[in-house]
Design a protein around this ligand. Structure first.
Ligand SMILES: Nc1ncnc2c1ncn2[C@@H]1O[C@H](COP(=O)(O)OP(=O)(O)O)[C@@H](O)[C@H]1O
Ligand SMILES: [Mg+2]
Length: 277
């Protein structure tokens, strides 16, 4: 009996993924339809995202993946469907509201201030958390100072975590593409999100850069418990790091499940064999 104990503990730890325990549904998308004029970007899409999960969205170009992220963070407003975030139904949502609720994202095309340093770019990720305005600064100078220090500490933590100490003063525009993508992740992390949306964070990267990015994504998920929705084209990466995968094609959902299920799905195989992407 005593001898069985360590094994049982080990098995339990494995099931929990070393503390990374998949929890309840945090984001529930129900029958989402979105169109732009005559173009139907999303048609009747339903899927959910569970706490601490790495949930990938895949599909050929134009499938509606980025549109889906834009729906989640309140940039696009679907004509039909319901969105529940942490059990609460959302009507119309602005991006800053989504950010205030703990949703942060990176973009398919890097959206950073190229002339600003790495440090300052990552600092912009703290904007929402900055309570002290000009007036408060004047009236409560001490509090504003303390807040400023808090933000700097958090930003330095992010810089250490992403191993970019040596480029903290470098203008982002002078960095190679792979590092710019890492800085963009840094800006998102500075907001301390509970839900992180990543739109092709590894696109255009070489193998080594991809491996680094993969490791950071897994570490964010593991160490901070951050729930991640990931759009990625590299099937090896997707199948490797995702807990579950949803597959879109021409704005429709054609597959949903754990990687093995999706890999064996006939519709998914057909979509991928029939298109180049
Ligand atoms: N702001 C927009 N205005 C008009 N059409 C759009 C807009 N955003 C996306 N679309 C259209 O929606 C469809 C899905 O695009 P997108 O979500 O970017 O796909 P993916 O990220 O899977 O490549 C495409 O036909 C695209 O042209
Ligand atoms: Mg896209």
């Amino acid at each position: 009996m005593m001898n069985d104990m360590p094994q049982a503990v080990q098995a339990q730890e494995q099931a929990q993924g070393n503390g990374r325990r998949i929890g309840d549904v945090v984001l529930d998308l129900q029958n989402i339809s979105l169109s732009f004029g005559g173009v139907k970007a999303l048609t009747n899409i339903s899927f959910n995202v569970r706490e601490h999960e790495i949930r990938s969205i895949i599909g050929p170009n134009g499938a509606g993946k980025s549109s889906m992220l834009n729906v989640i963070n309140g940039v696009y407003h679907p004509q039909e469907g319901r969105i529940l975030f942490r059990g609460e139904e959302r009507r119309k949502m602005e991006p800053h509201r989504a950010a205030a609720q703990g949703i942060a994202r990176t973009f398919q095309n890097i959206a950073l201030f190229k002339g600003m340093s790495v440090l300052d770019n990552i600092m912009t990720g703290r904007n929402l958390k900055m309570k002290s305005g000009l007036l408060a600064n004047a009236l409560y100078w001490g509090r504003a100072q303390r807040e400023e220090i808090e933000h700097r500490v958090k930003v330095e933590e992010v810089i250490d975590f992403l191993e970019i100490q040596d480029i903290r003063k470098t203008p982002v525009g002078a960095l190679p593409y792979g590092l710019q993508k890492r800085v963009e992740l840094g800006r998102a992390l500075a907001a301390e999100p509970s839900l992180l949306l990543l739109d092709e964070p590894m696109a255009g990267m070489n193998v080594e850069e991809k491996q680094d990015m993969c490791r950071f994504i897994l570490d964010v998920n593991d160490q901070f418990g951050t729930t991640i929705v990931l759009i990625e084209h590299d099937m090896g990466v997707v199948m490797d790091i995702s807990d579950r995968v949803v597959v879109l094609d021409y704005g429709k959902k054609i597959g949903d499940g754990v990687p093995e299920e999706v890999r064996a799905n006939e519709d998914v195989i057909r979509a991928y064999l029939g298109t180049s992407h």
